[in-house]
Ligand binder design. Structure first.
Ligand SMILES: [Zn+2]
Length: 579
């Protein structure tokens, strides 16, 4: 098991800005001193997640997800806490794998090997053996700058990547596992133009190799799926497109990497592509957090149309604004830009249509719109589509459009629409807020823990006066906070989260408390009240026990004695009971 000291973890956290990291995954907007965005941990439609640059933590006030930069990356990427520390450590320039403070038998050199392979292929392209390939690329109007920008390289039969990596002391088995070497110990990619594929964080994790001067049954060969390269999760060019979104909150989705590369040659950098698969739910979760606007720009053929419809289906309920580009003559974006140029393509982007408009166009296919019966069928199916729209104005405009286009009275269309809506009234699903309710004791405990993390005064008060918290997790958490404070002299919540990350239970308890949205400031009197409530808890518990004993007791003398004890706990002096 990996062990990384707290000092190293805190150092990485100090060198990492949570706002910067989270905004790689989620679109953030500044609001006051915090940043807000759509929460990736529940089906969020309005921004519920707040990221605090000051505290370096994030909190979702709808589902209660909260934590520091490590837990965010761990939860988002579905990796362990330690893996998240390693990932961010590499980015912060702290190489934990080489640190003697790390004892990790299963050191993973996947990224390291891919970095080397990536450089190896890139260098090969500009050797004398790469002349044909460079010519091929230049003929296809891929300039040297573009080659550099996308890290395009070349695999050459005469120069073996496997030999090169084995010389660097990587085992054939490892190279085979990660998809660079085949079962015969030879390179997987031979004589292909190599396109590196990066994961969402920008690490090279696979290659796509394209033939360029031979005939081959497969134009493209991709690295086999590995634990780090899953086609259903990867979006080509994500890490670069993300950087270009700040100015332009729109992401353009295309079918192939060549489309994305081509678009960048005319200065459009906010494009991504799937790896030859349809969009998946994993893609959807990334996309809904990436931008507020998505433009689908798939190939102009029937397959592209099918892909567009299924992407719309998948993205429709994310709340993202979707528009669709329809390229003419079965062209893909690569071909279209090559043939028609930058301005024509930008015009296509500007002309992108809404989902309703797109579907209404698609519905016209295979219909004879000179025939009254076909027109009626068309209008009925168009109304069904329009009924999915939430914006009344969009609905009305589209109904009017149908009326004008087919020369039917607007009232007639409107009535048809209203009838359809009444028959198919959709019950709106209210987002269920998961808010835990606590009794007054637990509330006092939660508040005390929260302020202990903020103030050494509260911490001292609790240490001196609350010997024992009633709830076990709170008790353990309090002990950890006190221990941490005495050890480091200060408590930083973001670092404390790392510190207790070894225990899911403690981390869970702390997360619940952080997500309660407890107010920042407190008065000492409030703290006194909470401590009083906790002491009341023990009194009540003791009194309950004694009352039970008294009821079971037969001897009146003993009963009286117990009653005396109860009175004493209640704060009533024995002398007073005589009155
Ligand atoms: Zn949430």
């Amino acid at each position: 098991m990996a062990y990384i000291s707290n000092e190293i973890i805190n150092e990485i956290r100090n060198r990492t800005d949570i706002v910067e990291v989270v905004s790689k995954y989620v679109n953030l907007t500044k609001k006051g001193k915090n940043y807000i965005g759509v929460c990736p941990f529940h089906d969020d439609h309005s921004p519920s997640m707040s990221v605090s640059p000051e505290k370096q933590i994030f909190t979702c006030f709808s589902c209660g997800a909260t934590g520091n930069v490590f837990t965010f990356v761990a939860d988002f990427e579905k990796i362990s806490f330690i893996q998240a520390v390693q990932l961010l450590g590499e980015k912060a320039g702290i190489n934990i794998s080489n640190s003697d403070k790390l004892v990790d038998n299963k050191k993973d050199d996947y990224f390291e090997i891919y970095e080397l392979a990536n450089k190896f292929y890139q260098n090969s392209l500009f050797t004398s053996l790469g002349k044909n390939a460079v010519e091929y690329l230049e003929n296809r109007k891929i300039s040297k700058d573009t080659i550099k920008k996308f890290g395009i390289g070349l695999s050459i039969q005469k120069v073996s990547l496997t030999d090169y990596l084995v010389n660097k002391k990587y085992s054939i088995q490892k190279l085979n596992d990660i998809g660079l070497t085949n079962d015969n110990g030879k390179d997987v990619f031979i004589n292909r133009i190599m396109f590196p594929i990066y994961d969402l964080s920008g690490n090279p994790v696979a290659f796509s190799g394209r033939i360029y001067n031979t005939k081959d049954t497969s134009k493209y060969v991709n690295t086999k799926e590995t634990d780090k390269f899953k086609k259903g999760k990867i979006l080509y060019n994500y890490h670069i497109a993300k950087e270009h979104l700040k100015k332009n909150d729109t992401v353009i989705i295309m079918e192939g990497q060549m489309d994305v590369i081509r678009a960048s040659t005319v200065g459009i950098n906010n494009c991504i592509a799937t790896m030859g698969t349809a969009l998946t739910r994993d893609h959807r979760n990334v996309l809904k957090n990436m931008a507020d606007n998505i433009i689908l720009c798939f190939d102009g053929d029937t397959a592209g149309e099918k892909a567009t419809l299924s992407a719309i289906e998948l993205l429709l309920d994310t709340g993202v604004n979707i528009r669709i580009v329809r390229l003419p003559d079965n062209m893909d974006p690569d071909e279209y830009i090559l043939k028609e140029g930058k301005d024509a393509f930008l015009r296509q982007i500007d002309l992108a249509v809404s989902v309703i408009e797109y579907k209404m166009e698609i519905l016209k296919k295979d219909k004879n719109l000179g025939d009254a019966r076909d027109i009626s069928n068309y209008i009925n199916s168009a109304i069904k589509e329009i009924a999915n729209e939430k914006d009344d104005i969009v609905v009305e405009l589209n109904l009017k459009k149908i009326a004008t286009n087919f020369n039917v009275e607007y009232e007639t269309i409107r009535k048809k629409y209203d009838d359809f809506k009444t028959k198919n009234r959709v019950i709106k699903k209210e987002e269920i807020k998961v808010k835990k309710t606590y009794d007054r004791y637990r509330k006092a405990e939660n508040n005390l823990i929260y302020y202990m993390l903020k103030s050494s005064t509260v911490l001292n008060m609790v240490e001196k006066r609350v010997g024992y918290f009633p709830t076990k997790n709170i008790r353990d958490l309090s002990n950890e906070i006190i221990y941490y404070f005495h050890k480091y002299g200060i408590i930083n919540v973001a670092d404390f989260i790392s510190y207790i990350s070894f225990s899911d239970e403690l981390l869970g308890t702390l997360k619940d408390i952080l997500a309660m949205n407890i107010k920042e400031d407190f008065q000492v009197e409030e703290i006194e009240d909470y401590i009083f409530v906790i002491s009341e808890y023990y009194k009540k518990k003791k009194i309950d026990e004694l009352t039970k004993m008294m009821k079971e007791e037969k001897d009146p003398l003993k009963q009286a004695k117990i009653l005396g004890e109860i009175m004493e706990i209640r704060g009533v002096r024995k002398d007073d009971t005589r009155n």
